[in-house]
Design a protein around this ligand. Structure first.
Ligand code: GTP
Ligand code: ZN
Length: 210
């Protein structure tokens, strides 16, 4: 099996865009990396209980990071104009967020509230949840993800404004490091009328409360 030279993968010191980083190692190389981690942790990767673990871990990573292969723009490309003049905010409450922090690759889990003020077109509501999922299934900071969700809606729907709030607990804080449990991190992004109209912003924030 070819050894994986990290220098050849990260040959440039410039930040690598997630959409242009296509020089991926093979599945076999990824499984070999898991074997290395198991041995490094102090266990025997060849014992019966661990023999299939690299395969399971690679399958799990494929699921947790499938957002790199998905395009949020595509999800938002189908819109509907026949809404009989509906002119108020559309809001999805408590969309599940299952993501991984880019600093530790540890899970952060929580909820997202997403609203937009449509102009003449609306999008299928499931597509908004799909967009949240696509960005969640990449390595993230919560701040970046919050802005990416808002930007995707802005770019595709050209609405009067967008509001996004994410509330999540980071396991890198609860299960290691500082070991503080039940700390929720809240991030928000308001654009357009949600930024300029404080009454509307407060309405959105009230709707994020239980
Ligand atoms: N702003 C922000 N920070 C995050 C997020 N996820 C994890 N972090 C933080 O990233 C930071 C990384 O800090 P470092 O000092 O480089 O890493 P570390 O030594 O592992 O830090 P500790 O977690 O404090 O042990 C930590 O403070 C984490 O809590 C996130 O989504 N947003
Ligand atoms: Zn972390």
């Amino acid at each position: 099996m070819d050894s994986l030279d990290p220098k050849s993968l990260l040959a440039t010191s410039k930040p690598v865009s997630v959409t242009t980083f296509t020089n991926r190692p093979s599945r076999e190389q990824a499984m070999e990396a898991v074997r290395t981690l198991l041995a490094w942790a102090g266990d025997n990767p060849d014992r019966e209980g661990l023999i299939d673990t690299p395969k399971r871990v690679v399958d799990a990573y494929q699921e947790w990071f499938q957002g790199y292969d998905a395009d949020p723009k595509k999800e938002l490309s189908r819109t509907f104009e026949d809404v009989q003049g509906y002119d108020d905010m559309v809001m999805l409450r408590e969309i599940d967020v299952e993501s991984h922090c880019e600093h530790h690759m540890a899970p952060f889990l929580g909820k997202a509230w997403v609203a937009y003020m449509p102009t003449e077109k609306v999008v299928g509501i499931s597509k908004i949840a799909r967009v949240v999922e696509i960005f969640a299934k990449r390595l993230q900071t919560q701040e970046t993800m919050t802005k990416q969700v808002a930007d995707a809606l802005e770019d595709s729907l050209a609405p009067l404004g967008v509001a996004v709030l994410i509330d999540a607990e980071h396991q890198c804080m609860s299960t290691r490091g500082v070991h503080h449990k039940n700390v929720s991190t809240v991030t928000t992004r308001f654009t357009g009328v949600f930024k300029t109209d404080t009454v509307l912003q407060e309405r959105f924030l009230r709707l994020t409360q239980k």
